[in-house]
Design a protein around this ligand. Sequence first.
Ligand code: PMP
Length: 456
Amino acid sequence: MLTNSLVELDRQHLIHPVSSFQDHEARGVRVLTSAKGARVTDAEGRELIDGFAGLWCVNAGYGQETVIEAATEQMRRLPYATGYFDLGAEAPIKLAAALAERAPGDLNHVYFTLGGSDAVDSTIRFVRYYWHAKGQPERDQFISVENGYHGSSSLGAGLTALSAFHDGFGLPYPWQHKISSHYVYRNPVGTDPQAIIDASVAELRAKIEAIGADKVAAFYVEPIQGSGGVLVPPRGWIKAMRDVCTEYGVLFIADEVITGFGRTGPLFACSEEGIVPDLMTAAKGLTSGYVPMGAVFMSDHVYQTLSDGAGAKAIGHGFTYSGHPVSAAVGLEVLALYEGGLLENGEKMGARLMAGLNGLMDHPLVGDVRGRGMLAAVELVTDKEAKTPLPASVQPATRLFDRAWEHGLIVRSFAQGIFGYAPPLCCTEEEIDQIVERTRKVLDLTLDDPEVREAL
Ligand code: PMP
Protein backbone atom coordinates (compact mmCIF):
# COMPACT_ATOMS: atom_id res chain seq x y z
CA MET A 1 0.00 0.00 0.00
CA LEU A 2 2.77 2.35 1.03
CA THR A 3 4.67 1.29 -2.06
CA ASN A 4 1.71 1.89 -4.35
CA SER A 5 1.28 5.43 -3.17
CA LEU A 6 5.01 6.11 -3.47
CA VAL A 7 5.05 4.72 -6.99
CA GLU A 8 2.20 7.02 -7.91
CA LEU A 9 3.77 10.09 -6.30
CA ASP A 10 7.03 9.31 -8.03
CA ARG A 11 5.26 9.03 -11.37
CA GLN A 12 3.62 12.39 -10.90
CA HIS A 13 6.46 14.42 -9.44
CA LEU A 14 9.95 12.95 -9.45
CA ILE A 15 12.08 13.26 -12.58
CA HIS A 16 14.68 10.50 -12.72
CA PRO A 17 18.20 11.04 -14.06
CA VAL A 18 19.03 9.64 -17.51
CA SER A 19 15.56 8.19 -18.02
CA SER A 20 12.88 8.01 -20.66
CA PHE A 21 10.00 9.82 -18.96
CA GLN A 22 7.54 7.61 -20.84
CA ASP A 23 9.22 4.32 -20.01
CA HIS A 24 9.59 5.36 -16.42
CA GLU A 25 5.92 6.24 -16.13
CA ALA A 26 5.03 2.86 -17.60
CA ARG A 27 7.44 0.86 -15.44
CA GLY A 28 7.22 2.80 -12.19
CA VAL A 29 9.88 3.17 -9.53
CA ARG A 30 11.42 0.37 -7.44
CA VAL A 31 11.78 1.73 -3.93
CA LEU A 32 14.79 0.74 -1.85
CA THR A 33 14.29 0.96 1.89
CA SER A 34 17.47 -0.16 3.64
CA ALA A 35 20.93 -1.59 3.09
CA LYS A 36 23.79 -3.21 4.94
CA GLY A 37 27.20 -4.26 3.65
CA ALA A 38 26.72 -5.29 0.02
CA ARG A 39 22.99 -6.00 0.32
CA VAL A 40 19.97 -3.78 -0.19
CA THR A 41 16.32 -4.38 0.63
CA ASP A 42 13.38 -3.11 -1.38
CA ALA A 43 9.93 -2.02 -0.25
CA GLU A 44 8.58 -5.52 -0.91
CA GLY A 45 11.12 -6.95 1.52
CA ARG A 46 13.25 -8.51 -1.22
CA GLU A 47 16.95 -8.65 -0.38
CA LEU A 48 19.39 -8.17 -3.25
CA ILE A 49 23.16 -8.16 -3.66
CA ASP A 50 24.14 -4.78 -4.97
CA GLY A 51 26.60 -5.81 -7.64
CA PHE A 52 26.88 -2.21 -8.80
CA ALA A 53 27.47 -0.41 -5.47
CA GLY A 54 24.60 1.99 -6.16
CA LEU A 55 26.07 3.74 -9.17
CA TRP A 56 29.67 2.48 -8.85
CA CYS A 57 29.99 4.57 -5.72
CA VAL A 58 29.28 2.74 -2.45
CA ASN A 59 32.79 1.27 -2.42
CA ALA A 60 32.93 0.95 1.38
CA GLY A 61 29.55 -0.79 1.54
CA TYR A 62 26.36 0.28 3.28
CA GLY A 63 25.82 0.88 6.99
CA GLN A 64 29.39 1.62 8.03
CA GLU A 65 28.90 2.89 11.57
CA THR A 66 32.13 4.90 11.80
CA VAL A 67 31.15 6.86 8.69
CA ILE A 68 27.68 7.53 10.07
CA GLU A 69 29.19 8.69 13.35
CA ALA A 70 31.71 10.97 11.63
CA ALA A 71 28.94 12.65 9.62
CA THR A 72 26.67 13.00 12.65
CA GLU A 73 29.45 14.42 14.78
CA GLN A 74 30.43 16.93 12.09
CA MET A 75 26.79 18.02 11.66
CA ARG A 76 26.45 18.50 15.39
CA ARG A 77 29.69 20.48 15.75
CA LEU A 78 29.81 22.49 12.53
CA PRO A 79 27.43 21.47 9.73
CA TYR A 80 28.68 24.05 7.29
CA ALA A 81 31.60 26.38 6.74
CA THR A 82 32.28 28.22 3.53
CA GLY A 83 35.70 28.20 1.94
CA TYR A 84 35.11 31.73 0.63
CA PHE A 85 36.60 34.80 2.41
CA ASP A 86 39.67 32.78 3.54
CA LEU A 87 37.45 30.72 5.87
CA GLY A 88 37.71 27.00 6.38
CA ALA A 89 37.13 23.99 8.60
CA GLU A 90 39.27 21.17 9.87
CA ALA A 91 37.79 18.27 7.89
CA PRO A 92 38.28 19.62 4.33
CA ILE A 93 41.80 20.77 5.16
CA LYS A 94 42.73 17.37 6.56
CA LEU A 95 41.08 15.54 3.68
CA ALA A 96 42.88 17.65 1.06
CA ALA A 97 46.20 16.96 2.78
CA ALA A 98 45.50 13.22 3.08
CA LEU A 99 44.50 12.99 -0.58
CA ALA A 100 47.51 15.00 -1.79
CA GLU A 101 49.78 12.65 0.13
CA ARG A 102 48.26 9.63 -1.59
CA ALA A 103 47.68 10.97 -5.10
CA PRO A 104 50.15 10.17 -7.87
CA GLY A 105 53.23 12.38 -8.23
CA ASP A 106 52.84 16.09 -7.60
CA LEU A 107 49.03 16.25 -7.64
CA ASN A 108 49.38 18.22 -4.43
CA HIS A 109 46.42 20.60 -4.62
CA VAL A 110 42.79 19.60 -4.20
CA TYR A 111 39.66 21.50 -5.21
CA PHE A 112 36.45 20.00 -3.82
CA THR A 113 33.24 19.86 -5.80
CA LEU A 114 29.81 18.28 -5.26
CA GLY A 115 30.27 15.31 -7.56
CA GLY A 116 31.95 14.11 -10.72
CA SER A 117 30.25 16.30 -13.33
CA ASP A 118 31.19 19.57 -11.68
CA ALA A 119 34.69 18.20 -11.05
CA VAL A 120 35.07 17.66 -14.81
CA ASP A 121 33.45 21.01 -15.49
CA SER A 122 35.90 22.66 -13.09
CA THR A 123 38.86 21.14 -14.95
CA ILE A 124 37.58 22.64 -18.20
CA ARG A 125 37.44 26.06 -16.59
CA PHE A 126 40.85 25.64 -14.93
CA VAL A 127 42.40 24.46 -18.21
CA ARG A 128 41.05 27.51 -20.05
CA TYR A 129 42.36 29.77 -17.30
CA TYR A 130 45.74 27.98 -17.40
CA TRP A 131 46.24 28.66 -21.11
CA HIS A 132 45.16 32.26 -20.71
CA ALA A 133 47.67 32.59 -17.87
CA LYS A 134 50.34 31.07 -20.12
CA GLY A 135 49.58 33.67 -22.78
CA GLN A 136 48.20 31.03 -25.15
CA PRO A 137 44.42 31.58 -25.07
CA GLU A 138 44.19 30.08 -28.56
CA ARG A 139 44.76 26.67 -26.95
CA ASP A 140 41.04 26.13 -26.51
CA GLN A 141 40.36 22.77 -28.20
CA PHE A 142 39.63 19.65 -26.14
CA ILE A 143 39.95 15.99 -27.09
CA SER A 144 38.34 12.97 -25.41
CA VAL A 145 37.72 9.34 -26.32
CA GLU A 146 34.70 7.69 -27.99
CA ASN A 147 32.57 5.74 -25.48
CA GLY A 148 33.97 7.98 -22.75
CA TYR A 149 31.86 9.47 -20.00
CA HIS A 150 32.79 12.74 -18.33
CA GLY A 151 29.55 13.74 -16.70
CA SER A 152 26.42 15.56 -17.56
CA SER A 153 27.24 19.24 -17.06
CA SER A 154 26.82 21.58 -19.99
CA LEU A 155 30.52 21.62 -20.84
CA GLY A 156 31.47 18.13 -19.69
CA ALA A 157 28.59 16.38 -21.49
CA GLY A 158 30.23 17.38 -24.77
CA LEU A 159 33.42 15.54 -23.73
CA THR A 160 31.21 12.57 -22.89
CA ALA A 161 30.91 10.53 -26.07
CA LEU A 162 27.54 8.85 -25.70
CA SER A 163 24.81 10.00 -28.06
CA ALA A 164 22.04 10.20 -25.45
CA PHE A 165 23.99 13.01 -23.78
CA HIS A 166 24.32 14.96 -27.07
CA ASP A 167 21.16 14.41 -29.08
CA GLY A 168 18.68 17.19 -28.57
CA PHE A 169 21.15 19.19 -26.47
CA GLY A 170 23.14 20.78 -29.29
CA LEU A 171 26.30 18.95 -28.22
CA PRO A 172 29.19 18.47 -28.62
CA TYR A 173 30.52 22.00 -29.04
CA PRO A 174 32.82 22.57 -32.02
CA TRP A 175 35.85 22.72 -29.71
CA GLN A 176 35.19 19.20 -28.40
CA HIS A 177 36.88 16.47 -30.46
CA LYS A 178 37.07 12.68 -30.14
CA ILE A 179 39.42 9.87 -30.99
CA SER A 180 38.36 6.22 -31.24
CA SER A 181 38.08 4.07 -28.15
CA HIS A 182 40.55 1.26 -27.43
CA TYR A 183 37.54 -1.14 -27.05
CA VAL A 184 39.74 -4.24 -27.23
CA TYR A 185 36.95 -6.73 -27.97
CA ARG A 186 35.70 -4.81 -30.99
CA ASN A 187 38.76 -2.88 -32.12
CA PRO A 188 39.07 -2.80 -35.94
CA VAL A 189 42.84 -3.43 -35.66
CA GLY A 190 42.24 -6.66 -33.73
CA THR A 191 42.92 -7.58 -30.12
CA ASP A 192 46.73 -7.38 -30.06
CA PRO A 193 47.55 -4.88 -27.28
CA GLN A 194 50.51 -3.27 -29.04
CA ALA A 195 48.58 -2.86 -32.29
CA ILE A 196 45.78 -1.11 -30.36
CA ILE A 197 48.25 1.16 -28.56
CA ASP A 198 50.01 2.03 -31.83
CA ALA A 199 46.71 2.81 -33.56
CA SER A 200 45.54 5.08 -30.73
CA VAL A 201 48.89 6.89 -30.57
CA ALA A 202 48.76 7.48 -34.32
CA GLU A 203 45.17 8.70 -34.12
CA LEU A 204 45.83 11.08 -31.22
CA ARG A 205 48.86 12.53 -33.00
CA ALA A 206 46.89 12.94 -36.23
CA LYS A 207 44.00 14.57 -34.36
CA ILE A 208 46.30 17.03 -32.56
CA GLU A 209 48.02 17.94 -35.83
CA ALA A 210 44.75 18.28 -37.72
CA ILE A 211 43.40 20.68 -35.07
CA GLY A 212 46.78 22.44 -34.85
CA ALA A 213 49.32 21.46 -32.20
CA ASP A 214 49.28 24.97 -30.73
CA LYS A 215 45.48 24.96 -30.41
CA VAL A 216 44.91 21.84 -28.31
CA ALA A 217 44.35 22.55 -24.62
CA ALA A 218 43.76 19.16 -23.05
CA PHE A 219 43.08 15.46 -23.56
CA TYR A 220 40.67 13.55 -21.26
CA VAL A 221 40.70 9.84 -20.45
CA GLU A 222 39.14 7.46 -17.99
CA PRO A 223 41.72 4.84 -16.90
CA ILE A 224 38.92 2.34 -17.59
CA GLN A 225 35.90 3.56 -19.55
CA GLY A 226 32.91 2.95 -17.29
CA SER A 227 29.60 4.12 -18.70
CA GLY A 228 30.73 3.24 -22.23
CA GLY A 229 30.56 -0.45 -21.22
CA VAL A 230 33.53 -1.09 -18.87
CA LEU A 231 36.21 -0.93 -21.55
CA VAL A 232 39.66 -1.79 -20.22
CA PRO A 233 42.58 -0.45 -22.29
CA PRO A 234 45.64 -2.63 -22.78
CA ARG A 235 48.36 -2.06 -20.17
CA GLY A 236 50.57 0.74 -21.47
CA TRP A 237 47.80 2.47 -23.44
CA ILE A 238 47.34 5.23 -20.83
CA LYS A 239 51.10 5.79 -20.59
CA ALA A 240 51.42 5.97 -24.38
CA MET A 241 48.66 8.59 -24.56
CA ARG A 242 50.23 10.52 -21.71
CA ASP A 243 53.55 10.55 -23.62
CA VAL A 244 51.90 11.97 -26.76
CA CYS A 245 50.34 14.76 -24.67
CA THR A 246 53.68 15.55 -23.04
CA GLU A 247 55.34 15.70 -26.45
CA TYR A 248 52.78 18.21 -27.76
CA GLY A 249 52.46 20.18 -24.52
CA VAL A 250 48.79 19.17 -24.22
CA LEU A 251 47.44 18.86 -20.67
CA PHE A 252 46.54 15.28 -19.73
CA ILE A 253 43.45 14.90 -17.56
CA ALA A 254 42.62 11.58 -15.92
CA ASP A 255 38.98 11.16 -14.94
CA GLU A 256 39.11 8.76 -11.99
CA VAL A 257 35.50 9.30 -10.91
CA ILE A 258 34.83 5.57 -11.20
CA THR A 259 38.33 4.09 -11.01
CA GLY A 260 39.40 6.00 -7.89
CA PHE A 261 39.25 4.75 -4.32
CA GLY A 262 39.97 1.08 -4.71
CA ARG A 263 37.63 0.26 -7.57
CA THR A 264 40.44 -1.26 -9.66
CA GLY A 265 42.68 -2.17 -6.70
CA PRO A 266 44.82 0.77 -5.54
CA LEU A 267 43.46 4.14 -4.39
CA PHE A 268 44.05 5.58 -7.87
CA ALA A 269 44.31 3.65 -11.12
CA CYS A 270 46.87 6.15 -12.49
CA SER A 271 49.39 5.01 -9.88
CA GLU A 272 49.18 1.51 -11.32
CA GLU A 273 49.66 2.86 -14.83
CA GLY A 274 52.82 4.65 -13.74
CA ILE A 275 51.69 8.08 -14.91
CA VAL A 276 51.02 11.44 -13.33
CA PRO A 277 48.23 13.45 -14.97
CA ASP A 278 48.32 17.26 -14.99
CA LEU A 279 44.83 17.25 -13.49
CA MET A 280 42.74 14.41 -12.11
CA THR A 281 39.09 14.16 -11.11
CA ALA A 282 37.49 11.91 -8.48
CA ALA A 283 34.08 11.53 -6.79
CA LYS A 284 31.91 8.46 -5.98
CA GLY A 285 34.23 6.35 -3.75
CA LEU A 286 35.65 9.56 -2.26
CA THR A 287 32.66 9.58 0.10
CA SER A 288 31.40 6.12 -0.87
CA GLY A 289 28.04 7.66 -1.79
CA TYR A 290 27.09 8.50 1.82
CA VAL A 291 27.03 12.20 0.92
CA PRO A 292 27.90 14.00 -2.32
CA MET A 293 31.45 15.13 -3.02
CA GLY A 294 33.92 15.29 -5.89
CA ALA A 295 37.45 16.56 -6.26
CA VAL A 296 39.87 18.04 -8.76
CA PHE A 297 43.54 17.22 -8.15
CA MET A 298 45.93 19.80 -9.55
CA SER A 299 49.64 19.27 -10.17
CA ASP A 300 52.19 21.76 -8.89
CA HIS A 301 52.82 23.33 -12.27
CA VAL A 302 49.12 23.86 -13.05
CA TYR A 303 48.56 25.34 -9.59
CA GLN A 304 51.55 27.65 -9.97
CA THR A 305 50.50 28.82 -13.42
CA LEU A 306 47.00 29.67 -12.18
CA SER A 307 48.45 31.39 -9.14
CA ASP A 308 50.92 33.46 -11.18
CA GLY A 309 48.31 34.25 -13.81
CA ALA A 310 45.74 35.54 -11.34
CA GLY A 311 48.14 37.35 -9.02
CA ALA A 312 46.06 39.27 -6.47
CA LYS A 313 42.83 38.72 -8.48
CA ALA A 314 40.31 36.09 -7.37
CA ILE A 315 39.94 33.10 -9.73
CA GLY A 316 36.19 33.23 -10.18
CA HIS A 317 35.25 29.60 -9.79
CA GLY A 318 33.51 28.19 -6.74
CA PHE A 319 30.42 26.64 -5.21
CA THR A 320 28.59 27.25 -1.96
CA TYR A 321 29.33 23.66 -1.04
CA SER A 322 33.00 23.45 -2.17
CA GLY A 323 34.73 21.52 0.61
CA HIS A 324 31.57 20.79 2.59
CA PRO A 325 32.66 19.80 6.13
CA VAL A 326 30.19 16.91 6.45
CA SER A 327 31.27 15.42 3.13
CA ALA A 328 34.91 15.91 4.08
CA ALA A 329 34.39 14.24 7.46
CA VAL A 330 32.83 11.29 5.64
CA GLY A 331 35.72 11.30 3.15
CA LEU A 332 38.28 11.03 5.95
CA GLU A 333 36.44 8.16 7.61
CA VAL A 334 35.92 6.29 4.35
CA LEU A 335 39.63 6.66 3.58
CA ALA A 336 40.43 5.12 6.96
CA LEU A 337 38.19 2.17 6.09
CA TYR A 338 39.84 1.67 2.69
CA GLU A 339 43.27 1.67 4.27
CA GLY A 340 42.12 -0.35 7.27
CA GLY A 341 41.43 -3.44 5.16
CA LEU A 342 38.86 -2.66 2.47
CA LEU A 343 41.41 -2.13 -0.32
CA GLU A 344 42.96 -5.44 0.58
CA ASN A 345 39.61 -7.22 0.68
CA GLY A 346 38.65 -5.55 -2.62
CA GLU A 347 41.80 -6.92 -4.28
CA LYS A 348 41.01 -10.44 -3.09
CA MET A 349 37.33 -10.24 -4.00
CA GLY A 350 38.18 -8.63 -7.34
CA ALA A 351 40.36 -11.61 -8.24
CA ARG A 352 37.53 -13.95 -7.21
CA LEU A 353 34.98 -11.97 -9.22
CA MET A 354 37.16 -12.02 -12.34
CA ALA A 355 37.81 -15.76 -11.95
CA GLY A 356 34.10 -16.41 -11.47
CA LEU A 357 33.03 -14.30 -14.42
CA ASN A 358 35.74 -15.85 -16.61
CA GLY A 359 34.12 -19.15 -15.73
CA LEU A 360 31.03 -17.93 -17.62
CA MET A 361 32.95 -17.90 -20.91
CA ASP A 362 31.62 -21.42 -21.55
CA HIS A 363 28.09 -20.02 -21.75
CA PRO A 364 26.75 -19.75 -25.32
CA LEU A 365 25.82 -16.08 -24.82
CA VAL A 366 29.10 -14.82 -23.33
CA GLY A 367 31.45 -13.24 -25.87
CA ASP A 368 33.81 -11.36 -23.60
CA VAL A 369 34.69 -10.99 -19.94
CA ARG A 370 36.89 -8.09 -18.92
CA GLY A 371 37.74 -6.01 -15.90
CA ARG A 372 40.25 -5.06 -13.29
CA GLY A 373 39.80 -5.31 -9.53
CA MET A 374 36.17 -4.83 -8.56
CA LEU A 375 35.20 -3.37 -11.94
CA ALA A 376 34.12 -5.89 -14.55
CA ALA A 377 31.88 -6.57 -17.51
CA VAL A 378 30.38 -9.50 -19.37
CA GLU A 379 29.48 -8.82 -22.99
CA LEU A 380 26.68 -10.90 -24.47
CA VAL A 381 26.59 -12.05 -28.08
CA THR A 382 24.52 -14.51 -30.07
CA ASP A 383 27.48 -15.62 -32.23
CA LYS A 384 30.90 -15.77 -30.58
CA GLU A 385 32.79 -16.01 -33.87
CA ALA A 386 31.06 -13.03 -35.50
CA LYS A 387 30.66 -11.22 -32.14
CA THR A 388 27.03 -10.51 -33.01
CA PRO A 389 25.42 -8.32 -30.33
CA LEU A 390 22.16 -9.37 -28.68
CA PRO A 391 19.18 -8.25 -30.78
CA ALA A 392 18.04 -4.81 -29.61
CA SER A 393 14.52 -6.25 -29.24
CA VAL A 394 15.76 -8.08 -26.13
CA GLN A 395 15.97 -4.64 -24.50
CA PRO A 396 18.82 -5.60 -22.19
CA ALA A 397 18.70 -2.33 -20.25
CA THR A 398 15.29 -3.16 -18.87
CA ARG A 399 14.45 -6.83 -19.43
CA LEU A 400 17.79 -8.23 -18.32
CA PHE A 401 18.04 -5.77 -15.46
CA ASP A 402 14.60 -6.87 -14.26
CA ARG A 403 15.51 -10.53 -14.64
CA ALA A 404 18.63 -10.09 -12.51
CA TRP A 405 16.55 -8.18 -9.96
CA GLU A 406 14.06 -11.02 -9.74
CA HIS A 407 16.97 -13.31 -8.92
CA GLY A 408 18.30 -11.08 -6.17
CA LEU A 409 21.05 -9.31 -8.09
CA ILE A 410 21.52 -5.69 -9.03
CA VAL A 411 23.76 -5.45 -12.06
CA ARG A 412 24.13 -2.63 -14.57
CA SER A 413 22.63 -3.84 -17.82
CA PHE A 414 23.83 -1.69 -20.70
CA ALA A 415 21.58 -1.29 -23.73
CA GLN A 416 24.15 -2.92 -26.01
CA GLY A 417 23.97 -6.19 -24.03
CA ILE A 418 26.76 -5.75 -21.51
CA PHE A 419 26.51 -6.51 -17.79
CA GLY A 420 28.60 -4.15 -15.67
CA TYR A 421 29.81 -5.06 -12.18
CA ALA A 422 31.17 -2.79 -9.47
CA PRO A 423 30.36 -4.45 -6.13
CA PRO A 424 31.24 -2.87 -2.79
CA LEU A 425 34.79 -3.69 -1.69
CA CYS A 426 33.41 -5.22 1.52
CA CYS A 427 31.79 -8.15 -0.34
CA THR A 428 32.32 -11.61 1.12
CA GLU A 429 33.42 -14.63 -0.90
CA GLU A 430 29.88 -15.95 -0.67
CA GLU A 431 28.45 -12.73 -2.09
CA ILE A 432 30.92 -12.72 -4.98
CA ASP A 433 30.01 -16.32 -5.77
CA GLN A 434 26.31 -15.44 -5.64
CA ILE A 435 26.85 -12.57 -8.08
CA VAL A 436 28.38 -15.03 -10.54
CA GLU A 437 25.77 -17.78 -9.95
CA ARG A 438 22.88 -15.36 -10.34
CA THR A 439 24.42 -13.99 -13.52
CA ARG A 440 24.55 -17.52 -14.93
CA LYS A 441 20.90 -18.00 -14.07
CA VAL A 442 19.98 -14.79 -15.91
CA LEU A 443 22.04 -15.91 -18.92
CA ASP A 444 20.30 -19.30 -18.97
CA LEU A 445 16.88 -17.69 -18.89
CA THR A 446 17.90 -15.25 -21.63
CA LEU A 447 18.81 -18.21 -23.86
CA ASP A 448 15.10 -19.01 -23.84
CA ASP A 449 14.00 -15.58 -25.05
CA PRO A 450 12.34 -16.07 -28.45
CA GLU A 451 14.39 -13.23 -30.03
CA VAL A 452 17.58 -14.80 -28.75
CA ARG A 453 16.66 -18.32 -29.84
CA GLU A 454 15.93 -17.00 -33.29
CA ALA A 455 19.26 -15.20 -33.47
CA LEU A 456 21.37 -18.15 -32.28
N1 PMP B 1 33.24 11.06 -14.89
C1 PMP B 1 33.09 9.73 -14.89
C2 PMP B 1 34.21 8.89 -15.40
C3 PMP B 1 31.92 9.15 -14.40
O1 PMP B 1 31.76 7.82 -14.44
C4 PMP B 1 30.91 9.99 -13.88
C5 PMP B 1 29.61 9.41 -13.31
N2 PMP B 1 29.26 8.15 -13.64
C6 PMP B 1 31.10 11.36 -13.92
C7 PMP B 1 32.27 11.87 -14.41
C8 PMP B 1 30.04 12.29 -13.40
O2 PMP B 1 29.90 12.16 -12.05
P1 PMP B 1 28.53 12.60 -11.31
O3 PMP B 1 27.48 11.66 -11.79
O4 PMP B 1 28.89 12.46 -9.85
O5 PMP B 1 28.25 14.00 -11.67
